[in-house]
Write a protein that binds this ligand. Structure first.
Ligand SMILES: NC(=O)c1ccc[n+]([C@@H]2O[C@H](COP(=O)([O-])OP(=O)(O)OC[C@H]3O[C@@H](n4cnc5c(N)ncnc54)[C@H](OP(=O)(O)O)[C@@H]3O)[C@@H](O)[C@H]2O)c1
Length: 348
């Protein structure tokens, strides 16, 4: 199989850099284009990017010239790590010109005909794409990823919802500074501190989780009807969002039932051999003080939600902690996996 040519929109940003790392040696995709703002366009990638990864810029993209985000790029798939202030117009222009856009921005996530996908949980929502393309007259399409905290949370909730039904979810997040992009949160605000506010984050976690765990019925996605309450905090951690979750279930289950449900979960990607799929989408830790972002965020290639401290909750039924990599599972890695699923389904 010849590799599918792909471009990265917002290639200089925090998510764009992760796209580059994940796609540089991808077995199905070949990076052919890098694009960013007018500030970067026309310049050699390594000379303009503020590279923040612990490994070097991959050789094959180092000297590539960054292009403007205009829909005349030599690629079929456009992975977008664009800022939300510009993603709406740019992603639409690409879909109108026939590109398959995999977006990390919030702009289209809650549109009724746009799938908001975690491959293992609701890959079947991609089946709305023919309806989207027909209704909008797009030869291309837009497929979105959820907010980084919502992905980590929904991946852990999905197996529970399927097995036992959820009625109430309460989540308190401890979110890494890389989640704010670059340069992100000023150091004087975050060093030795916790900021108990992230603009717009809580409603996104609440509504996107309901959409992801909703049901697809031909031409619409019916949102799940459980209630979600989210409180979001920014903490001085470089990578990895940690979340404290309490759930009320619709049917009775023991702690062993929950653990077994997570451990055996494969979801909608089972047997598909997608290159980015982790062996276990949800991993359960039994140590009393894990998972922790610094120690655990890179385990399982950053693509699993790591659950720990599962115990009874005196207010709801059960509570647990979940950790996920915000720029991998919560952004670029999830997009790449979605594109693999679209390709595997023969949609592109
Ligand atoms: N960071 C995370 O953990 C995370 C997780 C999930 C989703 N997201 C979402 O992913 C998107 C990117 O986030 P990020 O953290 O990577 O942000 P970032 O580091 O600020 O990067 C933003 C990117 O957008 C480009 N850009 C800005 N203005 C532009 C314009 N007018 N035209 C074309 N390109 C423009 C920038 O290019 P220049 O360098 O040329 O300015 C840069 O490549 C956002 O929508 C964010 O909400 C982020």
């Amino acid at each position: 199989m010849s590799k599918v040519p792909v471009g990265i929109l917002g290639a200089t940003g925090t998510v764009g850099q992760k796209f580059i790392l994940l796609l540089a040696d991808h077995p199905w995709f070949e990076i052919t284009e890098l694009a960013a703002s007018e500030r970067s366009a026309g310049k050699v990638y390594e000379e303009i990017v503020s590279w923040k990864q612990s490994v070097a810029i991959p050789e094959k993209v180092r000297r590539m010239v960054v292009k403007p985000c205009e829909p005349n790029l030599d690629c079929k798939v456009a992975f977008s790590g664009l800022d939300a202030s510009v993603a709406g117009e740019i992603e639409k222009a690409f879909a109108e010109k026939g590109y398959w856009v995999f977006s990390n921005a919030r702009n289209y996530r809650m549109e009724p005909d746009v799938p908001l996908v975690i491959a293992e949980i609701n890959g079947s929502h991609l089946d709305i794409l023919p309806f989207q393309r027909k209704q909008r007259g797009w030869p291309g399409a837009i497929i979105t990823n959820a907010n980084c905290s919502a992905i980590v949370l929904a991946l852990s909730l999905g197996p529970l919802h399927k097995a036992f039904g959820l009625s109430l979810v309460n989540v308190v997040t401890f979110q890494a500074i890389s989640g704010a992009g670059y340069p992100g949160v000023p150091s004087l605000d975050i060093l030795g501190n916790v900021v108990p506010f992230i603009g717009g984050e809580e409603p996104k976690i609440e509504s996107e989780t309901q959409k992801i765990l909703g049901k697809f019925s031909g031409d619409a996605i019916q949102h799940a009807d459980f209630v979600v309450s989210a409180q979001a905090n920014r903490v001085p951690v470089e990578e990895g969002h940690l979340e404290c979750v309490s759930v009320k279930l619709r049917t009775q289950a023991s702690i062993e039932d929950l653990l077994g449900c997570w451990r055996h979960f494969q979801g909608e990607t089972e047997g598909l051999d997608l290159p980015s799929s982790p062996e276990n989408p949800v991993v359960v830790f039994t140590e009393k003080d894990r998972p922790q972002p610094r120690l655990d965020v890179w385990k399982y290639k950053g693509m699993s939600s790591i659950v720990g401290r599962v115990r009874q909750c005196p207010v709801l039924d059960y509570k647990y902690v979940v950790l996920g990599h915000n720029t991998v599972r919560g952004a670029a890695g999830a997009s790449v996996q979605n594109a693999e699923l679209v390709l595997k389904k023969g949609l592109i």
